[in-house]
Design a protein around this ligand. Structure first.
Ligand SMILES: Cc1ncc(COP(=O)(O)O)c(C=O)c1O
Length: 368
């Protein structure tokens, strides 16, 4: 095998919506903790049965509980499989065979969640914004809830469509399940309104491989008999998420990110930062005299997934090329949706957004 040489990394401002970069301080700390080749105790290869990993996992849970003010009424689970696995696991853990579950359809990801749940539960559409081309969230007053439904599922932020639920959800008669994969830890959450919250780690919690699931404890004990143990909320809660080998490195990174977030002022500070980053970018779009367009109604525009396009779509490849030349990466829209998109996760700075807005202004002056 050839010797592995460190690659010369190109510094970039990364707006990828699928995987966020890490906060600089977290990245630097990981490099330290990895250590050189054959270093004893590298965080890359922590045995999950050892005391060191157990301390790391417990601290990560503790930090997350502090950030979100999570009481003991909720279990905090660190699972694998990604948010997509939860699309099928939520019904397997919450809905008795033959039950109905209500879904609010607001874009690509809620549609995926609905399609994946079919078979494990009878899927009912409580509300949909498909007719408007997914440009808003149907207001809760218009949701048609099925009496006796096992749960209501929402996608708090539609990463591909750029639509976000604007308000804390209402208290509903059945458990609310929320996919927060792309906006988890970017604002405060009224936890008591929820039965389950799940989020893949790759956007705001670090590296891929970990899915955080918060479950109200009174909902435990309902899993279908054939639910595999690593995906059974009750068994994982009892085993501190160590029914089998957990994603140790991803949990370690998430713990560092939680610690970093606390040091930055927690969720109130993240909420303010997310608001001001997205407002700066929407101002650049709205102030472009129609050169750039965002088709999402203002009240529902995402603070973290800014989706927009060029009035002259033929300029899109050129925009992406010119942006990359300026070190602005990851601006292509979702592969199934097209257009342009900036993922404005917690590690993205206000300065990154200012540089992007300036680039957009320059590009417009050249091609308008
Ligand atoms: C809102 C939302 N839900 C689910 C997923 C799927 O996540 P995963 O790839 O972890 O399964 C994504 C991925 O981007 C997402 O943005």
């Amino acid at each position: 095998m050839q010797a592995v040489r460190p690659r010369q990394a190109r510094a970039a401002r990364d707006f990828s919506a699928s995987q966020s970069r890490l906060p600089d301080a977290v990245h630097a700390r990981i490099l330290e903790d990895i250590g050189p080749v054959r270093a004893a105790g590298s965080v890359l290869t922590l045995p999950f049965t050892g005391a060191r990993f157990r301390t790391i996992r417990a601290a990560a849970e503790e930090h997350l509980r502090t950030l979100l003010d999570i009481s003991d009424d909720f279990a905090v689970l660190f699972l694998q499989g990604g948010a997509s696995a939860q699309f099928g696991l939520v019904p397997m853990n919450l809905a008795p065979p033959g039950a109905v579950a209500d879904y609010v359809e607001t874009g690509y990801w809620s549609r995926k969640a609905m399609d994946a749940a079919v078979g494990a539960v009878r899927v009912a559409t409580a509300a949909s914004s498909a007719q408007g081309g997914f440009d808003h969230v149907p207001p809760p007053a218009d949701w048609r809830l099925t009496p006796g439904a096992a749960y209501v599922h929402v996608t708090d932020n539609e990463t591909g469509d750029g639509v976000e639920h604007p308000d804390a959800p209402p208290t509903l008669p059945v458990p609310l399940v929320s996919d927060m994969t792309s906006n988890f830890l970017t604002r405060r959450v009224r936890l008591t309104a929820h039965g389950v919250i799940y989020a893949g780690a790759q956007k705001n919690l670090g590296v891929a491989g970990l899915t955080v699931v918060l479950v109200r404890r009174d909902l435990l004990g309902r899993a279908h008999a054939f639910t595999p143990a690593p995906f059974d909320y009750t068994q994982q809660d009892a085993a501190c998420s160590m029914v089998n080998t957990p994603p140790t490195f991803a949990i370690y990174v998430a713990g560092l990110v939680f610690e970093w977030l606390l040091g930055q002022g927690g969720l109130p500070a993240m909420e303010t930062a997310a608001r001001s980053r997205s407002e700066a970018l929407y101002a650049a779009i709205d102030g472009s005299e129609g050169f750039y367009r965002c088709r999402v109604q203002r009240a529902y525009r995402s603070r973290v997934s800014v989706c927009f396009d060029l009035a002259d779509a033929s300029l899109t490849p050129l925009f992406l090329l010119a942006a990359r030349e300026e070190g602005l990466d990851g601006l292509a829209g979702h592969s199934r949706i097209g257009g342009l998109r900036a993922g404005l996760y917690n590690a993205v700075s206000q300065e990154d957004v200012a540089v992007l807005a300036e680039f957009m202004g320059d590009f417009r002056r050249r091609f308008q």
